[in-house]
Design a protein around this ligand. Structure first.
Ligand code: FE2
Length: 287
């Protein structure tokens, strides 16, 4: 039997994975082991610290259920989700709308609502209409694009965190019209803290970080012949724009409120508006 040293143990473990029949899986585990071992050597990781890490991940597992996803929150607050998003989308044509994080609060099955619907339900707040177009990179309107939109209430809570909101409140699936236009009414989003009652909150506190995200509205836009876009619009002037706890805000996605706009029809003539045109990347041609 070989004697393993601080250095040779890494090679021994890597050798154990070398027969992996899947080359990508082999690459993933090899790099993971190299970096994980190097991390432990670099910081001289102690058994107590290792156990603290195990306990942290265990707590993240225990608090996670269908409505709470502590591991995504961990990935988000460590900047890993944003990094993967940049790796995935960084080489898209410049004209396309930048992507931003899905985050832990997306839900499948939001209600299908008509053009110009109000998604705020019983929640009170400053009113806003969001509108614009969805086009392809050559400017062609994308008719029938499906927009999933979701946002938090002014109390900083999404429906699934908030007993005072009905299920699926402040969420909708909307379709663009023949000219590629979308429009819906809502309330102005507010900056909010990510959940801090779990291990990730303790981590943020321990390292002296604030938990806030700048005010935003999420969009997931799917259309035939185009790559699906996961993004969000961030409100200009928010004090957390440059220190988003999950590193999701992007300069090109910052929007301001325009005052009176023709689009805010006589139902709510004084309503502020957010106008934003989304540009989708065509899917690669097949065949
Ligand atoms: Fe969010």
């Amino acid at each position: 039997m070989r004697n393993l040293t601080e250095q040779s143990i890494s090679d021994a473990v890597l050798a154990r994975f070398s027969e992996c029949p899947d080359p990508r899986l082999n690459q993933l585990f090899s790099a993971l082991i190299r970096h994980l071992h190097e991390f432990a050597r670099e910081v001289r990781l102690t058994p107590d610290e290792w156990m603290a890490g195990i306990n942290f991940l265990t707590a993240a597992g225990h608090i996670t259920d269908e409505k709470r996803q502590e591991f995504i929150l961990l990935s988000d607050t460590l900047g890993l989700s944003a990094l993967i998003d940049i790796i995935q989308n960084g080489d898209k044509p410049e004209q396309t709308t930048e992507s931003s994080l899905l985050g832990p609060f997306f839900r499948e099955g939001a209600p299908n609502l008509p053009f110009d619907a109000d998604i705020a339900g019983p929640v009170e707040g400053e009113r806003v209409v969001l509108h614009g177009r969805v086009t392809s990179i050559d400017g062609t309107p994308v008719a029938g694009a499906m927009l999933d939109v979701w946002q938090a209430a002014p109390n900083g809570l999404y429906d699934l965190q908030d007993k005072n909101q009905p299920e699926m409140n402040l969420r909708a699936r909307l379709r663009t019209d023949a000219q590629g236009r979308y429009r819906f009414r809502s309330i102005k989003p507010a900056s909010y803290p990510v959940p801090t009652d779990g291990p990730v909150g303790k981590m943020l506190n321990a390292v002296g970080r604030h938990p806030f995200r700048p005010a935003h509205v999420h969009f997931l836009i799917a259309a035939l012949g185009h790559e699906t876009l996961t993004t969000a619009l961030y409100i200009d002037g928010d004090k957390y724009l440059d220190s988003d706890a999950v590193f999701g805000s992007r300069k090109s996605l910052v929007v301001g409120y325009s005052h009176f706009d023709k689009v805010a029809n006589d139902r709510e003539p004084q309503m502020d508006a957010i106008k934003f045109d989304f540009v989708l990347n065509p899917s690669p041609q097949r065949g």
